[in-house]
Design a protein around this ligand. Structure first.
Ligand code: NDP
Length: 480
């Protein structure tokens, strides 16, 4: 069985403990590779390598760093089929989705920041008759990047790319549930001649390897995407060490549908915003609020479309719902469906586990599920499920829907469907979230600020925000 390895100082290493963790293929429920169970000593080795590489990497001209990162992005593109297959195998997502979204976006992330850095300028502030301030933005040093399992390479590169472009050296840990494309990325780093120690990829459990990154005194900034509880733990641990923190956390996003919207466009997009990637995208709209005059029309049309979505093996091009990521996660989602019923909800579509034919009979498949009849403040409507489950809730007024939309602890993203421009602005401005899509969903421009408010996180990624996070500003004043 294939044993993945850590990538430290430009070389491949077994974990110092010699221990490995099973890597499961969610489409079959079977172990297909082994992941290093790394710990503090492996992280120490990686941090030392990164520290040693930092003077040279940060001392390269921006053009030289940019060229290396462009080669890095090209290296993924050259092995596209392999990356696509690996991402689908590790995560359970349809191959078609990995091909259309995950891997192309990883290529774009690296290319975007490789070129963005060429245009990244610092500020100066002239004081008439007094002097001039100029601000330098230097890389921080060694930074840690920790990413989750839902969009594995997409989110891993979203952090690594700006960190490297800005001149930092990186110790990165992918989720132990989906490590394979990060391992392939380390092969690409070696192939394209990434200088040793600049990027170190260490595999292992969050509570072991992840924790060691957060606690390492030489790792000066942590960029983390994952659950809110883990984010809170990281903030508590890294805060007293005065590390810079970027935390992209959970969501429970509202999808607000007014009766005057373009119904067909809204309907097809809402199927995607509810169930893309088996609903395992932090930006999915899991609470759907529908203006009462179109509630029944929407419910019938939506349930019909959702019931026709094919739940199947990831490699089938007709599959719309692949496997969810793990047995634990499947059980968690099923427990929320049971909770919804206890809380008085009725199932409009789905609600069950799906057993496919051999050899996929032990895979983790769920029907896309639609539930109605719940109060906006029940647990099902307040807690993040992060799976193929959405709830429907009617509303009568803007004031009422805003109250319900803003009622959770989360504030990541929201969607508003209306053809009334004034209302679009009004509602978008009153939603408590970092991102609002009007008459669309998941349209991403990599230059825009990305992130959430309340328990959805601290800080913003994307564009200049990411390059600012990964640099330390220093203001220098010179008297006239
Ligand atoms: P987790 O918080 O469980 O894990 C995220 C990463 O952190 C993993 O690599 C994990 O390692 C690691 N980790 C876990 N514990 C620690 C620790 N104590 N110290 C350091 N690292 C640790 O999240 P999931 O992987 O379950 O991802 C799903 C969550 O991510 C959802 O809540 C979702 O909303 C959120 N998310 C947010 C996004 C955003 O942009 N706001 C985007 C995508 C997802 P391991 O898995 O190996 O244990």
């Amino acid at each position: 069985m294939k044993k993945l390895q850590n990538y430290i100082d430009g070389k491949f290493h077994a974990p110092i403990s010699g221990a490995y963790i099973d890597n499961v293929d969610p489409s079959r429920g079977t172990v297909y590779s082994l992941i290093p169970d790394s710990g503090q000593e492996d992280i120490m080795m990686a941090a030392n390598a990164a520290k040693a590489a930092f003077p040279k990497w940060s001392g390269l001209s921006i053009e030289e760093r940019s060229k290396i990162l462009v080669r890095f992005s090209q290296g993924i593109e050259d092995r596209m089929d392999e990356f696509v297959a690996a991402e689908s195998m590790d995560n359970g997502k349809p191959v078609s989705l990995a091909r259309q979204v995950d891997i192309p976006r990883a290529v774009s992330n690296l290319h975007f920041f490789a070129t963005a850095i060429l245009h990244f300028a610092s500020e100066s502030h002239y004081m008439e008759g007094v002097g001039i301030n100029y601000t330098t933005r230097k890389p921080i040093g060694v930074v840690g990047c920790i990413s989750p399992w839902n969009l594995p390479l997409y989110l891993f590169t979203w952090k690594i790319a700006p960190a490297l472009a800005a001149g930092n050296c990186v110790v990165a840990k992918p989720s132990e549930i989906t490590p394979y494309t990060a391992y392939l990325l380390s092969e690409v780093a070696a192939e394209i001649g990434m200088p040793p120690g600049v990027l170190n990829i260490v595999h292992g459990l969050g509570s072991n390897a992840g924790d060691a990154i957060v606690k390492h005194p030489d790792i000066k900034a942590i960029s983390f995407t994952g659950g809110t509880a883990t984010g809170a733990y990281i903030a508590k641990t890294a805060g007293p060490m005065f590390k810079k923190l970027s935390l992209e956390l959970g969501g429970k996003n509202p999808n607000i549908i007014f009766a005057d919207c373009d119904f067909d466009d809204m309907l097809s997009t809402t199927v995607r915003s509810s169930f893309a990637n088996q609903g395992q995208i932090c930006l999915c709209g899991s609470r759907i609020f529908i203006e009462r005059p179109i509630y029944d029309k929407f419910k019938i049309a939506f349930a019909e479309k959702v019931s026709r979505m094919k739940v199947g093996i990831p490699s089938d091009p007709n599959t719309k719902q692949g496997a969810v990521v793990s047995k634990d996660h499947m059980e968690k989602v099923m427990s929320y469906i049971a909770l919804a019923k206890e809380e008085g909800g009725s199932i409009v579509a789905g609600g069950n586990q799906v057993t496919l034919e051999a050899p996929y009979e032990h895979g983790f498949y769920l029907e896309p599920t639609v539930i109605e009849g719940l109060s906006f403040d029940c647990r099902t409507n307040q807690e993040e499920i992060f799976g193929p489950v959405v709830t429907l809730c009617p509303f009568d007024t803007e004031e009422e829907v805003l109250k319900m939309a803003n009622s959770t602890q989360y504030g990541l993203a929201a969607t508003v469907w209306t053809s009334d421009l004034k209302r679009a602005h009004r509602v978008a401005n009153q939603i408590h979230s970092g991102i609002v899509w009007v008459n669309s969903w998941l349209v991403r421009d990599l230059r825009t600020p990305f992130g959430g408010v309340k328990s959805s996180g601290v800080g913003r990624e994307g564009g200049w925000e990411a390059l600012k996070f990964f640099t330390e500003p220093k203001n220098i004043f010179i008297k006239n």
